[in-house]
Design a protein around this ligand. Sequence first.
Ligand SMILES: [Zn+2]
Length: 182
Amino acid sequence: MLQDEIRRRLDAGNARWQSLEGEMAERRRHGAEKGQRPYAIVVACSDSRVIPEQIFDASLGELFVIRVAGNVLDKHQLGSIEYAAGHLHSRMILVLGHTGCGAVGAALSGGGDGFIQYITDEVLRAVGQERDPLRACEKNVAHAVELLRKEFGEHPEIPSAELDICGAVYDIASGAVRWLDI
Ligand SMILES: [Zn+2]
């Protein structure tokens, strides 16, 4: 796709978005006036097939989404999560891995170059010796959940008893979300 075509496609999509009426327009107006109160925080992969709002059929203002390849966490992501849990009062943090994850695959193949290595190094720390892609994906999710429980288990501004920190794996073929027992 040529760059002009990309711009046209994006503009056309945005025009359709602006022209939506009914419930969506009302939600947009309400959110702009009243602010946001997302009930859940979702940490998901940047993979273009993994769109939390669509996967959970959620609308504007419902999910506070952090997307980064491999759904890994560092301080920037933790800051976003702390904000949503502490100031927007979200009461669930869901780490959502997915089947066919390129970041997990790259890590299992020896890791990436350049900035990608920051991500694959973190995935490799999580998966250890595991080389099965699905089990590695699950371990990568579990690692993030454990980190979040450590960081937010006793937080002065976040009532940990009311905060559910959990993990799941999304199947990109079936669309099913499978909760993990972590
Ligand atoms: Zn992925």
